[in-house]
Design a protein around this ligand. Structure first.
Ligand SMILES: Cc1cc2nc3c(=O)[nH]c(=O)nc-3n(C[C@H](O)[C@H](O)[C@H](O)COP(=O)(O)OP(=O)(O)OC[C@H]3O[C@@H](n4cnc5c(N)ncnc54)[C@H](O)[C@@H]3O)c2cc1C
Length: 461
């Protein structure tokens, strides 16, 4: 392995590794803050192997868990901020198509087409600035922190096999996610482990993500005997359940499989207000389940859209019958029932989340750096610094996005009882985008959040 000792010729204020929704967020946030020019002047590098903009969303077979309007919100607020750069998007066909779904949970394919256009604008902005550069068809595979805190070297491998090196003051890691380590053998509750079932376990991405395949032996098994256990109670789990009911052909069937969902915490539903939750007779804690900023109930943890409707049906709240049984594990009788369901299942789909996809991380001199990973994903601080295995952080290394959501804070908002990690396209363009920009030395201390989301609160929040 060759270690960098000399600085590469090109130096940037920030290197964004990845070009998905998480990375386009701060560009939009910079425009909202009236700081787009400073942002570009600070020198931005973006490295992405594929298209800039849609990221994984281009490949998910499920509907969005945010309203179409949430993705359009920044376009609708352009008049209130430095938004000329994004103005041409208003007339794009993809924007009109998404607008037709503004008050619905659109197919993610419609969202992806729109995000692709946003990505094109971001590329045009960066490519048109002398201090910025977009490198596509290249993957970041190593980041080396230079001695004395003097930036970091980003090493990328281009599709043609050439190696590229760039120096940056800050490195922003947002390359998407991969399944959490050990997901196939995890202990669900004391005494109930997936280890005994590992040969029939797959990750939810093998169903929701068109780039992945469910192992053929599991498809065959479900086709023969349609019993599927889904582990997890959040959006991914209910999205998999909905997908299996809508598209049984994915598991070789013409009829929906019989689904059992194993969940540890009560099924949480999103409500726009406490009054709405009360009117529905939905039990919630007025402190821990309510976002103080927005008044939403279960703003981050609550199911929305089609996933919510299915969960409500399974809970018996709608009068509709669905072939989905719920078992809340963590109690002896329920755990026995769960073990029988696992014994009988043809396949077990684990929908408990992701960790961040990271490049090799090195300290100059060659020592490897390992990121800390917990059950909720790769650990980052409230202000998006990557936490290393020894608990330390380095101001040059930021991470967020799929698999590296932030703990909720004043900047993100959210219900205090939410223990998982906050991410989502709207947040990347708002609270998380602000946090990332505040790390860039050229922008810090000049925060003009004049347009911060007075209109924002309708959709994702
Ligand atoms: C199934 C599913 C559905 C979701 N639905 C919604 C939703 O409806 N609404 C919402 O707001 N959020 C949703 N999310 C959450 C989140 O907003 C999305 O996951 C979003 O795609 C995350 O953006 P990202 O940029 O972090 O990762 P990704 O979208 O995965 O993008 C990562 C980017 O990094 C690139 N990359 C990969 N490797 C490298 C490398 N080595 N070097 C450089 N670049 C690299 C990839 O090509 C890609 O473009 C969903 C998540 C999942 C898993």
């Amino acid at each position: 392995m060759r270690l960098t000792t000399e600085a590469p010729a090109e130096r940037f204020g920030a290197a964004f590794c990845g070009g998905g929704p998480a990375v386009i967020g701060p560009v939009i946030a910079a425009a909202r803050r009236g700081q787009l020019q400073e942002f570009l002047d600070s020198g931005i590098l973006l490295v992405e192997p594929d298209l800039v903009g849609p990221g994984g969303i281009a490949h998910y077979r499920i509907p969005a868990n945010s309203l179409g309007g949430a993705f359009l919100e920044f376009l609708d607020a352009l008049d209130a901020f430095d938004g000329d750069a994004f103005l041409p998007l208003r007339d794009a066909e993809e924007t009109h198509e998404l607008r037709r779904h503004a008050d619905e949970y659109p197919p993610l394919s419609v969202v992806a087409a729109f995000l692709r256009r946003v990505g094109d604008r971001v590329v045009a902005l960066l490519a048109g600035h002398p201090r910025c550069r977009v490198v596509t068809r290249a993957s970041v595979h190593r980041v080396t922190l230079r001695e004395g805190g003097d930036g970091a070297v980003v090493t990328a491998l281009a599709e043609d096999g050439s190696s590229l090196e760039f120096l940056a003051d800050r490195v922003v890691l947002a390359m998407g996610g991969t399944p959490l380590p050990g997901y196939a053998t995890q202990e669900l509750t004391p005494g109930l482990s997936l280890g005994a079932y590992a040969d029939k376990v797959c990750h939810s991405e093998s169903l929701v993500d068109r780039r992945k395949d469910m192992p053929a032996r599991l498809v065959d098994a479900v086709a023969r005997d349609g019993r599927v256990v889904i582990v997890g109670g959040a959006h991914s789990a209910w999205s998999v359940a909905g997908l299996l009911l809508r598209s049984p052909e994915l598991v070789g069937r013409t009829e929906a499989p019989e689904i059992t969902v194993l969940h540890r915490t009560p099924v949480q539903l999103f409500y726009l207000s406490t009054a709405e939750a009360e009117a529905d007779g939905y039990p919630f804690d007025p402190v821990t389940d309510v976002c103080a900023d927005s008044g939403r109930v279960n703003r981050f943890g609550g199911l929305r859209g089609p996933a919510r409707l299915l969960a409500q049906a399974a809970l018996g709240m709608t009068g509709e019958t669905v072939p989905v049984r719920l078992i809340r594990i963590g109690e002896e009788t329920a755990d026995r029932e769960a073990a029988s369901a696992l014994d009988a299942a043809a396949a077990v789909v684990v929908a408990t989340g992701y960790q961040a996809r990271l490049p090799e991380l090195l300290a100059e001199g060659g020592g490897g750096l390992t990121a800390r990973v917990e059950g909720t994903g790769t650990v980052v601080t409230e202000d998006a610094l990557l936490v290393l295995a020894d608990g330390s952080t380095d101001e040059r290394l930021l991470a967020y996005g799929l698999g590296a959501g932030l703990r909720i804070s004043g900047a993100t908002g959210g219900e205090p009882g939410y223990t998982r990690r906050a991410d989502g396209v709207w947040l990347y363009q708002n609270g998380i985008g602000d946090i990332v920009l505040d790390h860039l030395p050229a922008l810090r201390g000049d925060v003009r959040r004049h347009a911060h989301s007075t209109t924002t609160e309708v959709t994702q929040r």
